[in-house]
Design a binder for this molecule. Sequence first.
Ligand SMILES: [Zn+2]
Length: 201
Amino acid sequence: MPHVHVLALIEHSNVDDEIEERLGAILYPHAYYFEFSPVTVPCECIWSSDEGIDAANRTVGDFHKLWHAFHSTPEAHRLQWTTFIKEWEDTASQTTRSSPHAKPPDPQCDVCYGSGTFITTTPPTGLRYEAWAPNQWEKLGRASEISIDPGQFDSIVTPDGQAYTRYHILRSQSAEEWAEHTRMLLRHHADQLAIRCFVNK
Ligand SMILES: [Zn+2]
């Protein structure tokens, strides 16, 4: 089980309990075992489900960012989850079906039973790690001031809950492109506190 370093950017605090709480709020929803409210996603038997999910993340909003925003809104002021997430679900399904790589849903599929979509409560996208030890983290300092090798982290999670992962997001293995992306994220979140975290993938 590989040990992976994740760079988490959170609102500044000098209180360890607060730091752990903020890390938990943006990291836990990326764990395999995290349970979301039900979400309808395109099935892999269509072959292009990843394209659909990528398109929904890009055009409607990153799934984790939407989840984080939903939970940061007081219940009295927010929509029902099913209404809130519907555009994301529809975009993911429609883009999957209209992709040139799409195949007809498999009537024998034991996940969607030929419907092409299924309901899940596990993360449909994101880091999807096995385990995170909440007490294992290291404060690096303010994002604008830290000196790290910009290529050393393969994943970065921003305060809105969105994860940026080197190979998944860029579909490129260019070290310089990822380093530039990392520098851009650090500039964009210059006032945030940078934390090195350890997760098991
Ligand atoms: Zn299926």
